[in-house]
Design a protein around this ligand. Structure first.
Ligand code: HEM
Length: 508
């Protein structure tokens, strides 16, 4: 021992060589030549330790993953940071197996990132198995048809604020260039605030601290170093705590979001205990249902707080991204936009008329436009899952713990399922009885399918209908020539830095 310590210096080169050898074996030789996953077809590795990330980040991420299907099939091996394997699934029968038939064998890998864990806490997005079933059962009644119908007038009222704001922005001129992505997330936040928690963010008229916190988190510039940092935190969680600018901004914003969520839950619980809780927002309904449950079943304060934080994320980023892409697609297809407007003018000849729930639900073409926009650009273009046991998929062995990426965008653009025009925006296909008969829940997945599908689906569809009905009835949208943007790579695929459109007032 003494000999070793006194001669330690002599061993340093061997220790370094052993470390480099181990590193090289673990992150290069094993994943590329030895792992059982190597049998799965996929694109060749481009850089020593960066797998296929360079191509992924250089391209539109959704299109890149969809193309892998064309080249290599429905089960493809993609390599991420340090060549770690990611199996991209676009085979719709396998997706059905994963999402519907065996959902709890595939855990949501969303919580792999320490920051996502911090944000989502013990919410329904993170928990699995019986805890997930229990939370879902408790929360289900809050999303009932009656409740959605009940909050409809609030949604109309908030979307009218957006209309008024754009009318004001255009002013006396006939048209103006508007960054639609400035207001759409604020509107979505105001809606989920009121409908979800009876909370007035008023983010369209005032500077909301909470809106700013969300904006900070979701609009980080997506530079290569940003991506590297994000992916590196999965391997080395401590990195998320280091005092980098981005980490500090995230921590500061998260503190604001947590404090608001805590305050909102406490307010509702206090009102309830004083017998004064009359509101019909999602959280109030949840607090009332919760009170009737036995102690073992009840959602704890932490769980309630986590649901608020995840509702805020789930309910505002997704719908604002969906409405952004719908406007973008309508601006790109003036014929479809005009047809939609004709339906709206016929239904609402008087522009100042406030639509009712039943009137909006009757609009067939509006329904087709929304369904098709969610197909062509699904706001959640892919979802991660992690396997919890060894298994074989389409003849390939997939070990326990493998990361799967289910490419919703890939399924939606698969020409063997949707025909040769799969990538075209054609809302009228939803009116064609032959096409409609072929569309099943296993090939149309904007809200996924199965026991973990989107609880807010009906609410989101209603919100999107109101947004498009009011905006298209009042404005015409055109593309801005030469305007470019990139799609966000993580979470949802909102356009960055935003979306500018030429907006003009509709005459009558
Ligand atoms: C266009 C808008 C929306 C889209 C495209 C969308 C999409 C999705 C998707 C794909 C999932 C599954 C995620 C996964 O399993 O990894 C999901 C789950 C969920 N969504 Fe949505 N969502 C939307 C709006 C909303 C809204 C407005 C709310 C609530 C107010 C909401 C609440 C939820 C909840 C609670 C879950 C988790 C369900 C569970 O685990 O059982 N979503 N959503």
């Amino acid at each position: 021992m003494i000999y070793f310590l006194t001669n330690f210096k002599n061993y340093i080169p061997y220790i370094i060589a052993a470390f480099i050898g181990y590193f090289f074996y673990k992150y290069y030789i094993y994943p590329l030549y030895i792992s059982p996953l190597c049998r799965i077809p996929g694109p060749p590795v481009e850089r020593l330790f960066f797998g296929n990330l360079i191509s992924f980040f250089k391209n539109d991420p959704d299109i890149y993953l969809a193309r892998l299907k064309e080249q290599y099939g429905g089960v493809v091996l993609f390599r991420s940071f340090f060549n770690s394997p990611v199996v991209v699934i676009t085979d719709h029968k396998l997706i059905q197996h994963i999402l519907v038939n065996n959902t709890y064998d595939y855990v949501r890998a969303i919580a792999d990132r320490p920051e996502a864990r911090d944000m989502l806490g013990k919410s329904i997005f993170v928990v699995e198995g019986n805890v997930h079933k229990r939370q879902r059962k408790i929360m289900n009644p809050a999303f009932s048809f009656t409740n959605i119908k009940g909050v409809f007038p609030t949604v109309v009222q908030i979307v009218n604020k957006l209309k008024d704001s754009w009318m004001k922005q255009i002013g006396d001129k006939n048209e103006g260039t508007i960054t639609v992505t400035t207001m759409l997330p604020k509107i979505a936040l105001d809606i989920i605030g009121l409908v979800g928690f009876g909370y007035e963010f008023n983010s369209t008229t005032t500077e909301s601290e909470l809106a700013r916190a969300y904006e900070t988190i979701t609009s980080e510039k997506q530079t290569p170093s940003y991506f590297m940092l994000i992916i590196a935190t999965i391997f080395f969680p401590f990195i998320s705590k280091l005092p980098f600018g981005r980490n500090l901004r995230f921590q500061k914003s998260l503190k604001v979001i947590k404090a608001y969520s805590d305050k909102i839950v406490l307010e509702r619980k206090n009102k309830f205990s004083q017998g004064k809780l009359e509101e019909q927002d999602l959280l109030s309904i949840l607090v009332r249902i919760n009170d009737e449950l036995s102690d073992g079943e009840k959602l704890t304060h932490e769980e309630l707080k986590s649901q608020v934080m995840s509702f805020l994320i789930a309910g505002h980023e997704t719908t604002s991204t969906a409405s952004t892409w719908a406007l973008y697609l309508l601006a790109k297809h003036p014929d479809i936009q005009n047809r939609l407007r004709e339906e709206l003018v016929e239904a609402f000849p008087d522009r100042s008329h406030q639509p009712t729930f039943d009137e909006i639900e009757c609009l067939k073409y509006l329904d087709c436009v929304i369904k098709e926009a969610l197909r062509v650009i699904p706001p959640v273009p892919s979802i991660p899952r992690r396997t919890t046991k060894d298994e074989t998929m389409n003849g390939y062995f997939i070990p326990k713990g493998t990361l799967l990426i289910i490419s919703i965008y890939g399924v939606h653009h698969d020409s063997s399922l949707w025909g040769k025009n799969a990538s075209k925006f054609e809302p009228s296909k939803w009116l064609d009885p032959e096409m409609k008969s072929k569309i099943t829940n296993s090939i149309y997945l904007p809200f996924i399918n199965g026991p973990k599908n989107c609880m807010g689906m009906k609410f989101a569809l209603m919100e999107l209908k109101v947004i498009l009905a009011i905006l298209i009835r009042n404005f015409a949208f055109k593309e801005v020539e030469g305007y470019t943007f990139k799609k966000r790579h993580f979470g949802n695929n909102k356009p960055l830095p935003g979306l500018d459109l030429i907006v003009s007032k509709v005459d009558n």
